[in-house]
Write a protein that binds this ligand. Structure first.
Ligand code: GTP
Ligand code: MG
Length: 208
């Protein structure tokens, strides 16, 4: 059990195969994005725990979904990154089936946080995943990472371009930096809102 001043976090397990997913239970928040976009860094930063979700030096290495239980209240799923060129084709296919199985079968998902690097335009793989998610009943929010690397006057320009490419208003994009912790409060507000207000499809069992 890892403790920060305000959160109680337990690593459940890392799963390379759907058979190993923990049983469905608490509501889940999912973090997706290309390799190296800053998923693990963001998770560590918002929970206030260094080194909980491993920050990789070799991008694309973690081909498993890592599950963390937070405050006995919800689960964070840290998905493996995609789009790392050196990853062999077989591993790439494995990514697709693992992630697709997870996202299409898991009934406890309340929110998908889709991370994109503020400095880069969405890649073809980002856009492919975005379109795939659009056809699913999953709430998605976009987070622009590594905001500390972009000057304040360039941010809006860059966010507008990214928003246009994704087909969302730039005002719906959340800036985040794991270095400065900018965006932490906003992300927690988004998380709480998603956890407190389940989408209609989640209402039938527990909450009625
Ligand atoms: P995979 O697990 O390989 O998919 O990568 P990931 O998305 O989990 O990225 P990770 O958190 O491992 O970060 C990748 C690299 O980006 C690391 O060297 C981090 O230190 C760096 N990084 C992550 N977030 C930020 C940020 O907000 N600002 C800056 N300057 N660097 C960051
Ligand atoms: Mg990671």
């Amino acid at each position: 059990m890892a403790m920060s001043h305000s959160h109680q976090v337990r690593f459940i397990r890392g799963c390379a195969r759907p058979e190993h997913f923990p049983p469905e239970g608490l509501a889940e928040v999912v973090f997706v994005g290309r390799s190296n976009v800053g998923k693990s860094s963001l998770i560590n930063a918002i929970l206030g725990i260094k080194g909980l979700a491993r920050v990789s030096r070799t991008p694309g290495k973690t081909q498993q979904i890592n599950f963390f239980e937070v405050d006995r209240r919800f689960i964070i799923a840290d998905l493996p990154g995609y789009g790392f060129a050196q990853v062999p084709e077989t591993v790439r296919r494995g990514w697709g089936s693992l992630v697709e199985t997870y996202l299409s079968s898991r009934r406890t998902i309340r929110l998908v946080l889709f991370l994109l690097d503020l400095r880069r335009m969405p890649s073809p793989l980002d856009l492919q995943l975005r379109r795939w998610l659009e056809r699913r009943p999953l709430p998605v929010r976009f987070v622009l990472t590594k905001a500390d690397k972009v000057s304040s006057n360039q941010r809006k320009v860059q966010a507008r371009k990214i928003g246009e490419s994704l087909g969302v208003s730039w005002e719906d994009l959340t800036f985040f930096s794991a270095t400065t912790k900018e965006g932490t409060r906003e992300l927690w507000a988004i998380l709480r809102n998603a956890l407190d207000n389940p989408p209609p499809s989640c209402l039938n069992s527990a909450s009625r």
